[in-house]
Design a protein around this ligand. Structure first.
Ligand code: HEC
Length: 718
């Protein structure tokens, strides 16, 4: 054979191999563009998984008391790319964890106290890789409101992309959103020479729109934009009662990333609710394309089909993950489909090309009366007739936690009787409405795993009830400004929804009592200008508004009463909603346990060919209950990874364990302690024939200690 013919032969061989087995590497967030978290590697199998040992640990060394790592790392040509708690991008040798380079996006930006361009720490979930051939290897990831294009070989920004290697996600949304919060959390996806991205935006009224944008990987120029909040003349525009809404209302963002049918050139996006989350009086109508699965032509952004999973959402039931591409073998017929898991605990199944549901979806009548003036509820909501939901969807007295002492049980029972409960679509109320499944699912951003060789879908879930309580917002009038501290009023309208009515915080939202010991007014205003991780930026407030809030929170008594406040948007009634939620509160017992009976976290295996749940188990333990032989499961964040070796790997739980299950039976095969809880999805890869599974251990959620480690496991070499 001539040299050319020989290399041609090898090339064809490599291409056909990679065609045959697209699952042997982990080059994309979620494993591959089908987002199935599946690996065809099988060196580690059900027989030997219990012998796994730590192969290497990489410490990012930049965690602090609130940081997290939610990253699902990618591995390309023996190099692992990940992101640190403080959003540094790094490259490691995938076989020994030794760093190759580290890129710090905050270098040189941290001391800009003007509010704009200030580096805010968002949470990052992953990155995307593009190669244009030899010498052109690019990593795309978002830190704060910047999308970076970094040379995968040396960690340097590629200066021909955007402005010196990055673009500002505030630009090009078709509206002036420079003072609003826009950040990248989940990574974009590559299609040909495009990087396609969605954003995280504010959940409050002053929110940027969540339009989906495709940029040229080489120049950073926008090539197409899909308006998730349609504009006049675009289909879906009529789903907003107020023809002006598109200019003011935000959200409907694809914050969880994308999946893609690359051969057909179809991009799948799943969107969150329109803002503000809990009161929709300024966004009456169905609010397309919020809470929707959208199929777009990946090359042009043209909409092919969509399905809205909740009309006029008032429960923060964002679609939390892009769909998984699956093939359903039903009645002897194979159908290329997709599976959308939801926070509500539903699995929606659609034909990939047309969006036709695999099983009928019924529009059922739901409560239509809201006690909040101006609200207009949707008369119906969609329910899939099959498969069954993978979590409980209603909380009644019989569902309460009996593991606590009777006095504690009586206390939750009496509180429950004061709430609206018992149905998933009870509207927000002043008395309190039970939200179950909760704001964090059901299913969450960890997404589902899917085994293409068996057709089984694996989804981990939370079963936590929350209480949503609405209160009247208070705006400045001459009479109330004298009685109520301006800062207190502004706090209630802007900050209470996370930090709580008494400033005591809850869950991941810190208490603000005593923060005057940590922050001087300047630092405090810097912080609210920039936002920090899960806290959005408040740069949009006027200087005097920020000073008033500072005076209130920092207890600057002398200036409290005399502050005169100039609102920044006095005319913008769109941002001044009449009602606010009082915060994100879980329904807990006095001891701090969920008020709902266990399980609190589960792992579910659903055969998509039949829709039948083939096994279900609790996921995670509370040591004190485990000691009594009771497995309750814990709340969990991050998804599973499934292998051809018959193993399902998952961390995600608050007990900081990493576990391996038999994917066919659900039997727990192995568990080990992590240095901090692994609220992330593992990645599976191979170097020189040795299989590794790696998990980011960032903690920092569910009241757990933060961590800074990526830990890789492998079988001991002989
Ligand atoms: C969407 C939820 C949310 C809203 C709204 C919000 N915050 Fe926060 N806030 C957070 C979170 C989460 C943190 C922790 C950030 C971190 O370090 O990861 C935080 C942190 C803080 C801190 C630092 C606390 C510390 O111990 O260091 C201050 C101060 C603060 N917020 C003030 C405010 C003020 C003032 C407002 C209103 C203008 C506000 N927040 C609105 C979520 C929120």
């Amino acid at each position: 054979m001539s040299k050319i013919a020989c290399s041609l032969f090898i090339l064809v061989f490599i291409i056909s191999c990679s065609r045959k087995d697209p699952y042997s590497n982990w080059q994309t967030y979620g494993g591959n563009k089908e987002n199935n978290h599946y690996s065809s590697l099988k060196e580690i199998d059900t027989g030997n998984v219990a012998r796994l040992k730590v192969a290497w640990i990489f410490h990012c060394s930049d965690s602090d008391r609130m940081t997290q790592i939610q990253v699902n790392p990618i591995i390309i040509n023996r190099v692992l790319y990940g992101v640190s708690p403080k959003l540094k991008l790094f490259a490691l040798n995938a076989d020994d964890g030794k760093p190759i380079w580290i890129f710090d996006p905050a270098a040189g930006t941290l001391n800009n106290n003007k509010g704009q361009g200030y580096f805010s720490m968002n949470v990052c979930r992953g990155l995307a890789y593009y190669t244009g051939g030899a010498g052109d290897h690019r990593i795309f990831y978002s830190a704060s409101s910047n999308l970076y294009c970094i040379d995968a070989d040396n960690g340097k920004p590629i200066s021909s992309f955007g402005q010196g290697g990055h673009i500002d996600l505030h630009d090009g949304l078709g509206r002036d959103v420079k003072d609003l919060y826009v950040a990248g959390t989940s990574p974009g996806i590559i299609y040909k020479d495009l990087i396609i991205i969605g954003d995280r935006v504010d959940e409050d009224a002053a929110a940027a729109p969540g339009h989906i944008r495709a940029y040229d990987v080489h120049t950073g120029k926008i090539r197409w934009i899909f308006h998730t909040i349609p504009q006049p003349g675009e289909p879906g525009f009529e789903s907003w009662d107020d023809p002006e809404a598109w200019k003011h209302v935000g959200g409907a963002n694809a914050w969880s990333g994308f999946s893609m049918d690359e051969e057909r050139g179809i991009l799948f996006a799943s969107t969150g609710s329109a803002s503000y989350d809990f009161y929709g009086g300024r966004r009456r109508g169905d609010d397309l394309y919020a809470n929707s699965v959208i199929a777009l032509d990946a090359g042009t952004g043209r909409r092919i089909w969509h399905f809205q999973s909740i009309h006029h959402d008032l429960w923060d039931k964002d679609l939390p993950t892009p769909p998984v591409l699956v093939t359903i073998n039903k009645d002897g017929k194979k159908t290329d489909a997709l599976a959308q898991t939801t926070k509500s605990g539903f699995v929606f199944l659609f034909e990939r090309e047309t969006g036709k549901p695999i099983y009928p979806i019924e529009e059922k009548a739901v409560p239509t009366v809201s006690e909040l003036p101006g609200e207009k509820l949707s008369a119906t909501q969609p329910f899939p007739s099959w498969p069954r939901p993978f979590v409980r969807q209603s909380l009644q007295e019989k569902d309460l936690n009996r593991l606590v002492p009777d006095s504690s049980y009586q206390e939750i029972k009496s509180r429950l009787s004061g709430f609206h409960t018992g149905f998933i679509f009870n509207p927000p109320s002043r008395e309190g409405t039970i939200i179950l499944p909760g704001y964090d699912g059901g299913g969450e951003w960890g997404g589902a795993g899917y085994d293409p060789s068996t057709g089984v879908l694996y989804v981990n879930a939370n079963e936590m009830a929350w209480v949503l309580t609405m209160v009247d917002a208070i705006y400045r009038t001459d009479s109330n400004e004298n009685n109520l501290h301006a800062g207190e009023r502004l706090y209630k309208n802007n900050c209470m929804s996370c930090h709580g009515p008494e400033r005591l915080g809850s869950g991941n939202f810190p208490s603000l009592i005593g923060v005057e010991k940590k922050y001087k007014e300047d630092d405090f205003i810097n912080l609210i200008n920039s936002g920090k991780r899960m806290m959005p930026s408040f740069a949009r407030l006027s200087v005097s508004e920020k000073q008033a809030i500072a005076a209130y929170i920092l207890n600057e008594k002398d200036i409290q009463s005399s502050h005169f406040v100039h609102p920044v948007h006095p005319e913008d009634s769109w941002f001044q909603l009449p009602f606010h939620g009082t915060g994100y509160f879980k329904f807990l017992t006095k001891e701090g346990y969920p008020a709902i009976a266990p399980p609190w976290g589960t792992l579910n295996a659903i055969d998509l060919n039949t829709g039948v749940l083939i096994w279900k188990d609790t996921l995670g333990d509370y040591p004190e209950f485990k000691a009594r032989g009771i497995h309750t499961g814990t709340e969990n964040y991050g998804g599973p990874a499934v292998t051809a070796g018959g193993v399902l790997f998952i961390a995600a739980t608050s007990d900081a364990k990493f576990r391996a299950f038999n994917k066919r039976t659900g039997q727990l095969l192995w568990e080990t302690d992590l240095p901090a809880a692994g609220f992330a999805t593992p990645s599976i890869y191979e170097v020189n024939g040795r299989q590794y599974v790696v998990i980011a251990c960032g903690g920092g959620k569910l009241g757990k200690r933060s961590g800074d480690a990526y830990v890789a496991f492998a079988l001991p070499s002989q």
